[in-house]
Write a protein that binds this ligand. Structure first.
Ligand code: SF4
Length: 281
């Protein structure tokens, strides 16, 4: 019998990343709903605001034909994207902090303009899910677990009809080796398209003029890594047990969310994904 997608446990890079940090942090960010508003909660922050705005502009280039992309007014588009995260909506405490973050993002856009590299080549996209959901598939139909995720950029390589994966990084820190991002990309690509994947790259827009190659784990290895965490998430959700592995006191991963629940954060409004957004003092 076909499984019901609405009853499935959906897992993604960000939700499993929360779970790896701590099951309770996962619960507070991905399951908990404010009893009054019935909405999930999220925290606005300057790094997030910067990341969202830069991604919107750079990833948006894939909507144009290769030869049209760099005729677009990218800095104007960035300005427009920034309007959505201005002031408290982006977690900025003052204009100086906002301007600093905005200028960092602007430098990233300028870097891309000066070094478009792979963005000049034909790009492909994974088909999105129904009802505007991100690309997804049953990681395990038997266990009713769905993996979903978006890939920043897929470069088409005409020489051998293959694709290369590109992920834009706007943060200062390098992606950890433990991250499930590459295994998840491998699984999405293996399931949702037919071409061979001949490379994967991270592009640190804050410091690098070109993407750097990273190794994609094999499909088998990726499946093993991702299903292991996904099963733990499913078990925790079913047993409704999200225990703190470190005892009382709170630590970096849940403190911000606990503050919201205690009423110690400033309410900003309802965000794009129908979450109640808060800013921490
Ligand atoms: S304090 Fe405990 S519950 Fe909170 S994030 Fe840290 S480990 Fe998790």
């Amino acid at each position: 019998m076909a499984q019901d997608k609405y009853k499935a446990v959906w897992v993604s890079h960000s939700s499993m990343g929360d779970f790896i940090k701590c099951p309770r942090a996962y619960f507070l960010h991905n399951v908990y709903k404010d009893p009054k508003t019935k909405r999930k909660i999220n925290i606005v922050s300057p790094p997030l605001a910067l990341g969202v705005s830069v991604h919107e502009v750079v990833e948006g280039l894939a909507n144009f034909k290769a030869e049209e992309r760099f005729k677009q007014p990218l800095l104007e588009l960035y300005e427009k994207a920034w309007q959505k995260v201005r002031g408290k909506a982006g977690g900025f405490k003052n204009e100086t902090d906002e301007l600093e973050a905005k200028n960092r993002g602007k430098e990233m856009i300028l870097r891309v303009l000066r070094n478009p590299g792979p963005l000049l080549n034909k790009a492909l996209k994974l088909k999105g899910g129904d009802n505007d959901m991100p690309p997804n598939f049953f990681l395990s139909e038997e266990e009713n677990i769905i993996l979903c995720g978006k890939i920043d950029w897929l470069e088409y390589v005409p020489e051998d009809d293959s694709i290369r994966v590109l992920d834009f990084k706007t943060g200062k820190n390098e992606e950890s080796g433990e991250s499930l991002q590459l295994p998840i990309y491998q699984l999405l690509l293996n399931k949702l398209q037919k071409r061979k994947v001949t490379g994967a790259y991270y592009w640190y827009l804050d410091k690098d003029d070109a993407p750097i190659a990273v190794e994609l784990p094999s499909v088998e290895e990726s499946y093993k890594k991702v299903i292991e965490v996904a099963r733990q998430v499913k078990t925790a959700r079913e047993s409704v047990v999200y225990e703190c592995p470190r005892g009382k006191g709170g630590c970096f991963a849940c403190k911000p969310f606990e503050k919201i629940i205690k009423g110690e954060a400033e309410y900003i409004g309802v965000g794009e994904y129908n979450q109640d957004l808060y800013m921490l003092g």
